[in-house]
Design a protein around this ligand. Structure first.
Ligand SMILES: *Cc1c(COP(=O)(O)O)cnc(C)c1O
Length: 392
């Protein structure tokens, strides 16, 4: 086996991915579940994520190269391009690989109308119900639908929208109302929920029998589960992963490579941003912002050393950061450090990526997507089915 250049690595927990997908399925009632694997499966790697998410009903992403990689894994089921095609020639790949694609603007309909294919495409017509990113306005939606359904290049038209506030106080009702008003009498399957809507708004949205019985259900045939499958709570800190029954799917771990004994008044790191008030031992961890650990994390960001919770001190530098060892006299050079995820130490303590993200003023999504290329990433041994280990 190749020696690691530095004692830092990222581990992907395949069994946790499968667990979280099952949580999504339970919340989705009888709706089908897209596993969203855009951005290289939120930084986990398509091939590694696939090993844990293959029980999904389909995979949603936006990079055509990633779609090709999924087909190369022998995935024959649905793949949805969430932004549709970027230029007309992309449609050839859709025909060849049997990709379903979003249609969000009239140019994409023009391109389809000019596309030569033997196999009509399944498309998801997207409404801009208030997010103002992609999609037809409610007023323009019906004519787009009529144009699409008339095309010989189109097989089935499904309807879709995306929520801007499913994780927060504004909620989804205003967008749902706009969507419903413009689509009520249109046929076709619906895809509405992201993770936050799936976890927080199921009563009004999903294919839940209880909601149907109350007459409050808006038809929702396909949910789009992204962040929740990767063990991050979409509405942290209101709720954490323990609340939602989710498990971390990525661990960023390293080791202590030095310790220092501070005297009162000693400072730590660039800019002397931390000053010891008393005698204090600190540890130096082989992990910095060039590994994808956020530099915005100030003193006090949680970290696990030897499975025990402590906190960073001073500024994060490019290749190193410092942690408080006051309460951990037993640790030293070589001790295991968990920056986020599941500790390898006995007991397997968990540090949710959301806590670290919060300390950096961002969200778990950004951290997991930003692990640097120089950090070796592998399927965690304890969770690796034999075949998945080989693929990774
Ligand atoms: C990324 C994305 C999702 C998944 O969102 P999560 O918050 O990660 O669940 C769903 N739908 C669309 C259109 C997306 O781009």
């Amino acid at each position: 086996m190749l020696r690691m250049p530095r004692p830092i690595e990222a581990l992907v927990h395949v069994d946790a991915l499968a667990h979280n997908l099952a949580r999504a399925r339970a919340a989705a009632g009888d709706a089908r579940v897209w596993a969203v694997v855009k951005a290289n499966a939120y930084g986990h790697g398509i091939e590694r994520a696939f090993a844990g998410l293959r029980a999904a009903d389909g995979f949603a992403l936006l990079d055509l190269e990633e779609a090709r990689r999924l087909r190369a894994l022998d995935w024959r089921g649905p793949i949805l391009l969430l932004e549709g095609v970027f230029e007309p020639r992309d449609l050839e790949l859709c025909s060849r690989l049997g990709l379903w694609h979003v249609v969000h603007c009239s140019e994409q309909i023009d391109w389809l109308a000019a596309h030569k294919t033997q196999s009509p495409h399944r498309v998801f017509l997207k409404m801009n119900s208030g997010m103002n990113r992609l999609g037809f306005t409610p007023a323009a939606f019906r004519s787009a639908w009529a144009r699409l359904t008339a095309l010989p290049q189109v097989d089935e038209v499904s309807l879709m929208t995306h929520f801007s506030d499913a994780d927060g106080p504004r909620g989804v009702a205003h967008q749902l109302a706009a969507f419903e008003a413009a689509t009520q009498d249109l046929p076709g399957e619906r895809s509405l929920s992201n993770s936050a809507a799936l976890l927080r708004h199921s009563a009004s949205l999903e294919g839940q029998a209880s909601a149907r019985a109350r007459g409050t259900a808006v038809r929702n045939d396909w949910v789009r589960a992204g962040i929740l499958t990767y063990g991050s709570a979409p509405d942290f800190p209101e709720h954490d992963i323990a609340h939602w029954g989710l498990q971390p799917t990525m661990t960023l771990r390293s080791r202590l490579i030095a310790t220092q004994q501070l005297q009162p008044g000693d400072t730590v790191g660039y800019g002397s941003r931390y000053t010891a008030e008393r005698a204090q031992r600190i540890g130096i961890v082989a992990c910095g912002y060039a590994d994808g650990y956020p530099r915005h994390c100030g003193t006090g960001t949680p970290v696990l050393v030897d499975g025990q919770r402590t906190a960073t001190v001073g500024r994060v530098s490019m290749d190193m950061l410092a942690v408080d060892l006051s309460a951990l006299p037993q640790v030293g050079i070589g001790s295991d450090v968990t920056l986020w995820g599941q500790s390898q130490a006995a007991g397997g303590a968990v540090l949710a990526i959301d806590e670290v993200a919060q300390a950096a003023g961002t969200i778990g999504y950004e951290l997991m997507c930003a692990v640097a290329a120089r950090v070796p990433m592998a399927v965690a041994p304890e969770s690796a089915p034999k075949a998945a280990l080989k693929a990774a």
